[in-house]
Design a protein around this ligand. Structure first.
Ligand SMILES: O=c1ccn([C@H]2C[C@H](O)[C@@H](COP(=O)(O)OP(=O)(O)OP(=O)(O)O)O2)c(=O)[nH]1
Length: 178
């Protein structure tokens, strides 16, 4: 069954760049282009403008996903994958690209396809606080509880806590709005 596309208002902030489009029928994501060039050293990240702003209908959100080819060939991912574009956001969509390759730099030119935008319906929830949740087969078994790999050893899995890197300081900064 062919579904009717959802109408989305779009502003083109860079008139010479084409609008994002689906490469093939059946693709889930519209390719996003960068409006600016950038060179990323190994481990470096950048926030790149896409030259578009959209107004999604209420009840929808758009998710900025990495492109698999860029990830496989160049080690390019997104710092916040997937990025969430709220229905109420009217600013320019930006992409937080990160070069995860340990050795090679990555060069982006204006107009390159750097990510893909997946538009989805999203539900709003209303919380009902309870003392006990209904039972389930998984119960409280968190990630790794069905057996996994050696890396999921005691102290680094479902119990939470630090799993490395600089997580602590950056979370404090976010809490303080920095
Ligand atoms: O990859 C992304 C992710 C987000 N946004 C825009 C749209 C989104 O509606 C807004 C806020 O994003 P988010 O809520 O993820 O960021 P936050 O750091 O939680 O911001 P805030 O405190 O403003 O909610 O930034 C982008 O342009 N690209």
């Amino acid at each position: 069954m062919t579904r009717v596309p959802v109408d989305v208002l779009v502003r083109r902030l860079e008139p010479d760049l084409p609008l994002p489009s689906y490469e093939h029928p059946g693709d889930a994501g519209l390719d996003l282009l960068t409006a600016e060039g950038a060179t990323l050293a190994p481990g470096e990240r950048a926030v790149l403008r896409t030259g578009i702003a959209i107004a999604l209908p209420d009840g929808y959100a758009a998710f900025v996903h990495p492109r698999s080819g860029l990830a496989a060939r160049c080690g390019v991912s997104l710092g916040n994958a997937p990025g969430t574009v709220d229905a109420g956001y009217r600013g320019e969509i930006k992409v937080i690209v990160v070069n995860l390759d340990p050795r090679e730099r990555v060069v982006f030119q204006r107009g390159d396809r750097i990510a893909q935008l997946v538009v989805q319906q999203v539900e709003k929830v209303r919380f009902h606080e309870v003392a006990q949740l209904p039972g389930s087969a998984r119960a409280e078994g968190g990630f790794g509880s069905t057996g996994g790999h050696a890396g999921l050893s005691a102290g680094s899995g479902a119990g939470g806590g630090r799993t490395g890197g600089n997580g602590y300081s950056s979370v404090v900064a976010d809490r303080e709005g920095q």
